[in-house]
Design a protein around this ligand. Structure first.
Ligand code: GDG
Length: 732
């Protein structure tokens, strides 16, 4: 890690408390502070976050108390604790990320404005300290808007975001009314990290479904800027747990715990007292086990360490009373005056005590209903230095994707869980060893240093986007030539260039702003405007037919050179292969939700913008294979554009239009703009000196690049606004 890192998270690694004698500073409890120890430990980093104190304005003494910890406080008001923290973070995003829809509180109108305001405050504070070369690493669901806010404030910054909770399935995420803002906020980052590939996939899917963005490999282009979306499973400081477990102090505590258990099997769970952690189902499953095997009540000793959390949020209070009642019921039914079966410890313990509990427990139950990763599972494994013990792990914890040798359970299946508990209790030492040694290897190999390093490396490697790499000065110079040219020929693609993509090709109609700029350009002296599109004649005619433009449909198969002019074809039509291929593609569309077949006179386009990406991938494979072996395959070619799979006559491409339109405007300066693979043939056919502009990211033959439709329109407006002082009469 070479660069200075600015860490940004809701809470700081230290917590302040007001005492009579002044401010007291204590380390914050929780995984994040430990996880980022290597990044914040020795180096030249700064950490931005809330100190835990409530205040209406920044307080200089708070900043002074935190300065030695290289921590920068973000003040939070009492109203914001309610609306931002308890409300939108923990009343909406937290339950939604954990699939607990009945707990999602969407009825508080202040929550979102407060969430946005606090995110703004974070972004302002970070931007004030950011220097070129710094890396910014934002953490978790409290701050999803910060990356985009920072991108606005420091456009050249390298920004990473890591989500510690699950990214829910797209159909769950869609419920969030502010879903698009949240996605846009995250997309301000260069690297977005998740615990598992599954969460990364859900995020990418949501971006595709809600914003129309596509993931290629692990990169998504947002307005031309590459955003890497990948899994970086968090680890723990495994060596530290192993080292502590071997100390005489911890060993003595383990011995004492064994004595307390009087030879019984010790079953442990450690979690914040949070409804996602699955206490209720776990206890019910345990009750089932006792009903199944009542004799076990004498042989077992259960310790549940429940760490107080979010005590102000209503849903938590209800949850706590349900759990406490259940434990009372079990102890009442199965316990005896001398042996309370289930012990609840309602407090945090110190690190040695935690290691001792891990090292003493014969069985560890980690059974959350959903969990981003779950560090407790990994900590238990790292503490089992003699390779004994059994981990029972929920398949809905991110850790389950790595810890294959655990006994995986579905926490909603009480009977299944009861059986897994029994299997764990009865597991023979040789099997324990086999499983635990495998788990320990995994946990040590992917420890927290490796996690932090791999994320920071990914961020450091992220090159500035192509958009930024192309010097805007160069495009400026080219535009100066374009706007001052006596004769100007504009050759423009339509979808993705002049208008944004929409789920149905029919819906991408030109808006008033576009019609107006094209009209002004068409009237501009010395200027000819041609739109070259993959669309059909009817579609172009209905969208732009009233304007005095050259229109070229089906990638140049058809052309109309002036308003109300006749359309002429460059090839005889229809081609013989069209009908059988159309029937085949129609059958595919019938079986593919969200897809549309566009039938043109000489081409067929399978649009799958609204199709579930994996299904689309399967259908494309099927089509590719089928068409490759078509008897008339030499007559047509397949062109894959942005969520469109097009079959068209071989040798017809947008570039074939150019010689004709150039002949009609001899000596003109050419400006060609396009976003898609189909526009590359246009760029390839440009004469020397022409200005080719590619819209968005990815490889291109064009010499210049702009970020998106809005940027194209602003170029076109500039041309329309620049009317030459002494226009020459020109052939148009
Ligand atoms: C979020 C995600 C993800 C607990 N009790 C005591 C104590 N702890 C420590 C544990 C562990 C941490 O707190 C809890 O981490 P988890 O991962 O289990 O759960 P969350 O707090 O929900 O964390 C989660 C994590 O972020 C990291 O990305 O894994 O999925 O929900 O480190 O040891 N520590 C001490 N005494 C206690 O009594 N000292």
């Amino acid at each position: 890690m070479q660069s200075r890192v600015l860490l940004v998270s809701n809470r700081l690694p230290v917590t302040l408390t007001r005492r009579e004698q002044g401010l007291e500073v204590n380390p914050s409890v929780g995984g994040l502070a430990t996880a980022l120890k290597t990044v914040h430990g020795g180096g030249d980093s700064l950490w931005f976050g809330w100190s835990g104190l409530v205040s209406d304005a920044p307080e200089p003494e708070v900043a002074a108390a935190l300065a030695p910890h290289r921590a920068v406080p973000i003040h939070i008001t009492a109203a914001e604790v309610k609306a931002y923290y308890d409300g939108f973070c923990n009343g909406v995003l937290w339950p939604l990320s954990h699939y607990l829809l009945e707990k999602v509180q969407l009825d508080q109108s202040d929550d979102w404005p407060s969430y946005r305001a606090v995110n703004e405050r974070f972004a302002d504070a970070v931007a004030a300290q950011w220097r070129p070369g710094d890396l910014i690493w934002v953490h978790d669901y409290h701050l999803t808007l910060v990356p985009a806010m920072l991108r606005q404030r420091c456009p050249g910054a390298r920004i990473g975001f890591f989500l510690h909770v699950p990214f829910p399935g797209p159909e769950i995420f869609r419920i969030l009314p502010r879903r698009a803002e949240v996605l846009r906020g995250l997309l301000g980052a260069d690297v977005i990290g998740f615990h598992t590939a599954g969460y990364a996939y859900s995020f990418a899917y949501s971006c595709s479904q809600l914003l129309g963005l596509e993931l290629t490999g692990d990169v998504m282009y947002d307005d031309g800027r590459p955003v890497r979306v990948a899994a970086f499973p968090i680890g723990i400081d495994a060596d530290e747990f192993a080292k502590r477990a071997a100390t005489p102090e911890v060993k003595a505590r383990v011995e004492a715990l064994h004595q307390d258990s009087q030879g019984r099997t010790l079953i442990l769970s450690v979690d914040r007292f949070d409804y996602t952690k699955g206490h209720v189902k776990r206890i019910l499953a345990f009750e089932k086990l006792l009903q199944l095997r009542p004799e076990l009540k004498e042989q077992l000793h259960v310790i549940q360490l429940v760490v107080p959390t979010r005590e102000q949020v209503d849903a938590y209070a209800d949850y706590r009373s349900v759990v406490n009642e259940l434990v009372g019921r079990i102890n009442g039914t199965f316990g005896s005056p001398t042996h309370a079966l289930v012990h609840m410890l309602h407090r945090a313990v110190d690190f040695d005590e935690l290691c001792a509990l891990y090292a003493a427990a014969d069985v560890m139950l980690v059974t959350p209903l959903r969990d981003g990763m779950n560090l407790v599972a990994k900590e238990y494994v790292a503490s089992r230095i003699d390779d004994t013990g059994v981990l029972v792990l929920s398949e809905f914890a991110g850790a389950a994707t790595e810890l294959h040798e655990a006994l995986l359970v579905n926490p909603y299946d009480l009977e299944g869980m009861a059986h897994a508990m029994l299997q764990a209790i009865e597991m023979q030492p040789f099997e324990q060893k086999l499983r635990m040694s495998g788990l320990r290897k995994t946990v040590h190999a992917g420890d927290v240093d490796q996690w932090a390093r791999s994320f920071v490396d990914a961020l450091e490697q992220q090159k500035p986007s192509d958009t930024q790499a192309v010097p805007s000065v160069a495009l400026e110079q080219a535009m100066a030539i374009v706007t001052s040219a006596a004769r100007l020929l504009l050759v423009l693609d339509y979808d993705g260039t002049l208008v944004e993509f929409s789920n149905s090709p029919r819906a991408a109609t030109p808006d008033r702003e576009l019609v107006e700029v094209l009209r002004r350009l068409s009237l501009r002296p010395g200027t000819s405007v041609h739109v070259v599109s993959g669309r059909s004649r009817d579609s172009l005619e209905s969208f732009l037919g009233e304007l005095d433009l050259g229109l070229h449909a089906e990638h140049g198969l058809w052309s109309r050179f002036e308003r109300k002019g006749e359309w002429g074809a460059r090839r005889p039509l229809p081609p013989g292969w069209l009908e059988p291929v159309r029937r085949r593609m129609e059958r595919v569309v019938q079986r593919t939700d969200g897809s549309v077949l566009e039938v043109k006179s000489g081409a067929l386009a399978f649009h799958y913008r609204a199709t579930e990406p994996q299904l689309a991938r399967r259908r494309l494979e099927e089509l590719r294979l089928a068409l490759r072996s078509d008897p008339q395959a030499t007559e047509f070619e397949v062109l894959e554009g942005s969520r469109v799979f097009e079959v068209r006559p071989r040798g017809v491409n947008k570039g074939t239009v150019l010689p004709e339109v150039l002949a009609m405007a001899p000596g003109a300066t050419v400006l060609a703009i396009g976003d898609d693979r189909t526009d590359e043939s246009l760029f390839a056919a440009l004469p020397p000196g022409a200005v080719g502009v590619h819209v968005g990211g990815g490889q291109t033959l064009a010499r210049y690049r702009v970020s998106g439709v809005a940027a194209v329109r602003s170029l076109l407006k500039r041309i329309a606004d620049t009317v030459l002082a002494a226009p020459t009469a020109l052939a148009r």
